[in-house]
Design a protein around this ligand. Structure first.
Ligand code: THU
Length: 131
């Protein structure tokens, strides 16, 4: 495992590939698997706007499709002073597949915040309620 530095570096690198022509707001995400692999994602925007997919969900869906099911941390990078936390839709998806992940929010130069998913999504709707 490469530690926070490798995870954040991967998120910074993939951010450069963001297809963010409409907002100009490029985001990179790097998801760490339980066995130490890093799966990355960038935001992918669309002319319809509404079909845009955030960097975090791209990373999760790539990881699931590649056979990963257990995750430990995610790093999210944007070029902002304030931390860029996952949107509501991404929180739901991250909770579904990652549970109480560590969430590292970083800029191009520094880590801004380190949080847990249980604090970002209190009282989640999840499979435990499907009885
Ligand atoms: N975005 C992400 O990819 N992740 C976030 O955590 C926040 C927002 C994207 C969606 C859209 O392409 C752009 O940033 C502006 O909202």
């Amino acid at each position: 495992m490469g530690g926070s530095d490798a995870l954040v570096a991967a998120a910074r690198a993939v951010r450069e590939r963001a297809a963010a022509d409409y907002s100009g707001f490029k985001v990179g995400a790097a998801l760490e698997t339980a066995d130490g692999a890093i799966i990355t994602g960038c935001n992918v925007e669309n002319a319809t706007y509404g079909l845009t997919v955030c960097a975090e969900r791209v990373a999760v869906f790539k990881a699931i499709s590649e056979g990963h099911r257990r995750f430990t941390r995610i790093a999210v990078v944007a070029d902002t002073d304030a931390p860029t936390p996952p949107c509501g839709a991404c929180r739901q998806i991250l909770w579904e597949f990652g549970g109480d992940l560590e969430v590292i929010l970083a800029s191009l130069t520094e880590i801004k915040a380190t949080l847990r998913m249980k604090d970002l999504l209190p009282l989640p709707f999840d499979r435990r309620l499907l009885k």
